[in-house]
Design a protein around this ligand. Sequence first.
Ligand code: ZN
Length: 221
Amino acid sequence: MSHRRILTSLAGLAAAALAVPTFAAASPAPAPAAPSVSTSATRAAYTGSAQDQAATKAFYDAVMKSAQAKRAKAGNAAAAVTVTYAVDAPTFRNQINSSTSIWNSSVDNVTLVEGSSYDFYYTEGNDPRGSYASTDGHGRGYIFLDYAQSQQYDPLRITAHETGHVLGLPDHYSGPCSELMSGGGPGPSCTNAYPDANERARVDQLWANGIASAAKAAYSK
Ligand SMILES: [Zn+2]
């Protein structure tokens, strides 16, 4: 268990200041803010309103910025488009692996890869507001997976849905269960964890011309 998850149960700024995911210890990035200090205006929830879309875009922008910086450093613009993640969510390890498989077999123009030089990370804990994608106080994107919500809603669908935000898809809570980005909208009985044909096509369209164009096109009308 990471410091973050132990300390999330403690109130106060001291706890937040010490909340460092174990895998982030060697990273140059400063410690992420604890999820407990984020507000409804700074996150995109699994169940929520369209107002969360600005937060979804902020999350996506952070992930894109990281991925683009790495590509620029590598000096290889023609390299296969990959988005790299780290996992500090041991309870959801199987769901994260499955979500990656689902997405990598569903789209052609972008690939999710687990690695130490990560563009975003998964973490877990208890938050009354449920699961969400957000940015920490230092511009790093993360996906928070909530224990209680994952007992009510299908945890693989939650994980694959939040990962859909990484690939540029906005929430569409009014959609049917066959859509992944309808999230909690269709209710807890919906266990579909696969993007539908439109969602797959949208991701491939966004990433058809690489990271820079995907960063620009996603979440814009
Ligand atoms: Zn969402």
